[in-house]
Design a protein around this ligand. Structure first.
Ligand code: SAH
Length: 224
């Protein structure tokens, strides 16, 4: 970890303290902190952006997509409340940075990306860094990954107009879905949904966020 990496983590910690009321925690969990320290973020950004890799900002990664802001990656990883060895699903692999952070936390990661070039690039980067416990699939993540379900946690890193039903179905009892909900090109709500032991789902809003929208056709098909 270089000094820019260390000051990024200090900045994330400070933003976590400032938003502790919304988050329900006031510091990074040791596993999240260690994972953020371990993953070289510069490896996930295009060469032209490398100088900015340790700033607490989202960055463009090509194909009109972004790498999420490190603070957002940190809090979403923590809101999942999953521990080493548990299975988690990510929708929206992008460059693979969030998936790498989850893998560095010891989680078994399944991640779905709709843009084939991004999925391929993420696969290569993750393998080169040795995160071979991450499974990357190209496709529309709205339908989740039924063959690998149930998941202890599901994280959606693109804004969804509503909660994808297949994702709730693929959560195990006690599992958590962390998802930005709201209209594209707007401020969305980062929400956490928890599936109770008898299958009932309760959600709450955490913070206003801004994500690129979920794309693909499946999102329009399971409207109640
Ligand atoms: N998780 C990334 C950020 C991803 S940006 C990180 O670690 O920085 C959101 C990603 O979601 C984009 O790459 C976009 O192509 C992808 N996406 C959008 N709609 C999707 C869908 N229906 N299924 C899977 N991926 C989708």
């Amino acid at each position: 970890m270089n000094s820019r990496h260390a000051s990024l983590i200090a900045e994330i910690e400070s933003e976590v303290r400032q938003t502790r009321q919304e988050l329900g925690f006031d510091r990074l969990a040791p596993a999240v902190r260690a994972a953020l320290s371990a993953v070289p973020r510069h490896t996930f950004v295009p060469p032209a952006q490398r100088d900015l890799a340790y700033a607490n900002h989202p960055l463009p990664i090509g194909n009109g997509q972004t790498i999420s802001q490190p603070y957002i990656v940190a809090i979403m990883s923590q809101l999942l409340q999953c521990g080493a060895g548990e299975r988690v699903l990510e929708i929206g692999t992008g460059c693979g940075y969030q998936a790498a952070v989850l893998a560095a936390m010891g989680l078994a990661v399944y991640t779905v990306e709709i843009v084939p070039e991004l999925a391929q690039r993420a696969r290569t980067t993750l393998l080169e860094l040795g995160y071979d416990q991450v499974q990357v699939r190209t496709g529309d993540g709205w339908q989740g990954w039924p063959e690998a379900a149930p998941f202890a946690g599901i994280i959606v890193t693109a804004a969804a107009p509503r909660i994808p039903k297949p994702l709730l179905e693929q959560l195990r009892p006690g599992g958590r879905l962390v998802i930005p909900v709201g209209a594209p090109e707007a401020i969305q709500d980062l929400c956490v949904y928890v599936k109770g032991l008898s299958g009932e789902v309760k959600g709450h809003r955490v913070l206003p966020v801004r994500f690129v929208p979920v794309t693909g056709g499946l999102g329009r098909q399971d409207t109640p």
